[in-house]
Design a protein around this ligand. Structure first.
Ligand SMILES: *Cc1c(COP(=O)(O)O)cnc(C)c1O
Length: 426
């Protein structure tokens, strides 16, 4: 008999801080111990204990085609025949750049890296180098990975664990980051007025996915775009989560906005570690070896990772599954809403395409403070009721749910029953 989740977690805690390699996996905000996954296929995770769970985390976003998709698997196997890393340019890098530029018209040039964190960190450095300014504006609750300048009032694990400002981030770095409330045009205008000629860039998740799922008010993103243009600041859309998930061209396609730089990750790696950042040629050409802004990576453009990502993007192009994914997302959100109504529970279920959130609150959620009105204790009871019945929801009240095309059919029907049952049991 192989090791159980309990045995593995006991061993892991001896050697790995908290037993995990990324904090939210530890289940601290919902309580209890995490399960270990032995394998994953389609919409299903199989745990080390042999349980099958319908997965609404989808490896935190990448698995838009479901787990272990045969096309992606085959692409990795093909690439593997040729070797795992070359340290020279390789053909996959050119094909990936062509795909990204095709779907994101705002991206004229792109650089590959190994994670979303690297992408946002590098985009920030580039914005600073390009403008010769130091300050960055970010928004409370937006998460852009764990680099120093960006780990200020960040969402995701940082929020779940109650350290919005991480220890180890120098106060001097944090001072270069101006944090504003999301969806507040007056606050943005005031920040530009208070820091004349000093704002290098504005970074945001155009639809937030890291305090749960939050959409901007109509016209808000247009206002941010206009303010950046007016003040000569670089507008960075962090579409690590939303890129290729809500549309092939991300939120910028849905909202018809052209940012100066875009960061990508998650889906573009097809389940392997990949990030990318790209945008206007005049800005991107400031990067080494053409320009003075240094950025590099031993494994950047890795052939296996890019083969997986290219296969994932080509599938999206072929299938154009966005209407199907939206129908699935709506099905889950409305099942939850009707169960909550039957039970007399206040629930907000914002959803677009294959992203949604269940906030146990009577307040419409439009920023970090309203997200925080969500009843986290109730969410943990709901989470554990789902888990006991076979649905793996995100293990925090402040993380978005993700669906894949593999949720179609029996998986989504069964999941909706379980989610409704869990809400009614609260
Ligand atoms: C996940 C995420 C990141 C960080 O990506 P990693 O690959 O985890 O480093 C950055 N920005 C957003 C919007 C994300 O969702």
């Amino acid at each position: 008999m192989s090791a159980s989740s309990e045995q593995l977690f006991a061993r892991a805690q001896q050697l790995i801080p908290g037993g995990v390699n990324s904090p939210v996996r530890a289940f601290r905000s919902v309580g209890g111990a995490p399960f270990f996954t032995k394998s994953a296929s389609g919409a299903t995770l199989t745990t080390a204990d042999g349980r099958e769970l319908i997965d609404f985390v989808c490896t935190w976003g990448p698995a838009i085609h479901g787990h272990n998709h045969p096309h992606i698997k085959a692409a990795i196997a093909d690439a593997l025949e040729n070797g795992t890393s070359f340290g020279t340019p390789n053909p996959h890098e050119v094909e990936m750049a062509e795909l990204i530029v095709k779907f994101f018209p705002s991206i004229q040039k792109v650089r590959m890296c190994n994670s979303g964190t690297e992408a946002t960190m590098s985009a920030i450095r580039l914005a600073r180098g390009f403008t010769s300014r130091d300050k960055i504006i970010k928004f409370a609750g937006c998460y852009h990975g764990h680099s120093d300048s960006l780990l200020v009032a960040a969402g995701s694990g940082a929020l779940t664990h109650g350290h919005p400002d991480s220890a180890g981030v120098p106060a001097a770095f944090a001072r270069e980051t101006v944090v504003l409330p999301f969806n507040d045009t007056a606050a943005l205008d005031a920040a530009f007025a208070a820091n004349p000629g000093q704002i290098a860039g504005v970074i945001l998740e155009p639809y937030i996915g890291n305090v749960g799922f939050i959409k901007p008010d109509p016209g808000y993103l247009q206002h941010v775009r206009a303010a950046c243009t007016k003040h000569g600041a670089v507008l960075i859309f962090d579409e690590v989560m939303t890129g290729f998930r809500l549309a092939r061209g991300g939120v910028q396609e849905l909202e018809k906005i052209t940012p100066d730089l875009t960061t990508l990750g998650k889906i573009i790696g097809g389940g392997l570690p990949v990030g990318a950042f790209g945008g206007r040629t005049d800005i991107m050409d400031q990067l080494a070896p053409l320009g003075p802004v240094y950025q590099a990576g031993t494994l950047s453009g890795n052939p296996l990772a890019l083969a997986a990502g290219i296969a994932a993007l080509k599938l999206l192009d072929e299938l154009n599954p966005y209407a199907q994914l939206d129908a699935l997302g709506r099905q889950v959100a409305s099942a939850a809403l009707s169960a909550a109504q039957a039970k007399g529970l206040a629930l907000q279920a914002p959803q677009t395409g294959s992203m949604l959130s269940l906030f146990f609150t009577d307040r419409p959620v439009r920023d970090l403070p309203t997200a925080m009105t969500s009843d986290a204790k109730l969410f943990s009871r709901f989470f554990h009721a789902c888990l006991a019945a076979g649905v793996y929801a995100p293990p925090s009240a402040y993380e978005a749910w993700f669906l894949s095309t593999a949720h179609e059919g029996a998986a989504v029907a069964r999941a909706c029953e379980i989610i409704s049952g869990a809400i009614k049991s609260l």
